[in-house]
Ligand binder design. Sequence first.
Ligand code: PMP
Length: 354
Amino acid sequence: MSKYLISKYQSLEAYTPGEQPRDMKYVKLNTNESPYPASDGVIKSISAEEVAKLNLYPDPECKFLKQKLADHYGVGYDNVFISNGSDEILSFAFMAFCSDEVGAIFPDISYGFYKVYGDLYKVNYTEIPLKSDFSINADDYTNSGKTVIIANPNAPTGLSISLEDIEKIVKTNSENVVIIDEAYIDFGGKTCLELTKKYENLLIVRTYSKSRSMAGARLGFAIGSKALIDDLNRIKYSTNPYNINRLTLIAGCAAIDDNDYYADCCKKIAETREYTKQKLAQLGFEYLDSDSNFVFARNDKISGEEYYKQLKKNGVLVRHFSNPKISDYVRITIGTRGQMDILFDVTKKILGEV
Ligand code: PMP
């Protein structure tokens, strides 16, 4: 072990991203990317002329994109924060709004990065067990006296929490920040965007990585009161003021102009999700009723780990989690109809049902 390792982080258990293998071409249903390419407008926006300007720093304020998002979502310019993927906002939010003193609470089964940021920033956090049906019990989060972080829809379950429940949580934690991670909201959940106008303590986190087919560009944004956005900006300007590169800023604007294309992609993904649920049921799977671009499923005939391994051997990647509470399951990203049919054919072979 190198003597130069910073010992205070030696015991930190880092986040494990989904596999991005380069050894062969897989049907990639493991990291909840969109199966559809970026829109024509986005592709055209990255011109040779713009690439040539890479000698210049990008606009640290992200003015054009911020205004575009503010107009699109009907909020003020000062209510938008732009980040290098939504992971960066979550990181900044844990840094800004959670501490040893002001703890944090989030579900025990949720996006794995919450726990990693909690550990990284030495936050006194509590993981709240989901109910036995994997849903979130809103009453576990009311009057908490802590920073609340909830993904809606939740990952990897895909289950949504109602707007009434979110409002109850936000209202009863008025002295604390409530962060609603809406990474998957465009596939069927109900956004709490309007509540940000009513409650100063609510921050919503969004990403271009899923519904806007731009995981490779690394772009996320948050919407909330000016006070919360100012705090995030203070951290951005104290760590990496040029956090969004020039090309991503341009592509981010073009993607909003092409909103109809992306809305259509989301519609197709939601239709394929319902088709996937039917097919999984026919193959003897149980699954949670996802509102997202993935389905969390299990089958009595095969363990989650074995199913994941057999799929991989056959060129299909899905995500398996070793946490014993969910190790029976795999999380399957919704691809195109053609990709899902490959998954079903391979599954039939694995289950010996050909
Ligand atoms: N939140 C949730 C719930 C996620 O699943 C992800 C994607 N892994 C993210 C945030 C982060 O996405 P990105 O950094 O690509 O915006």
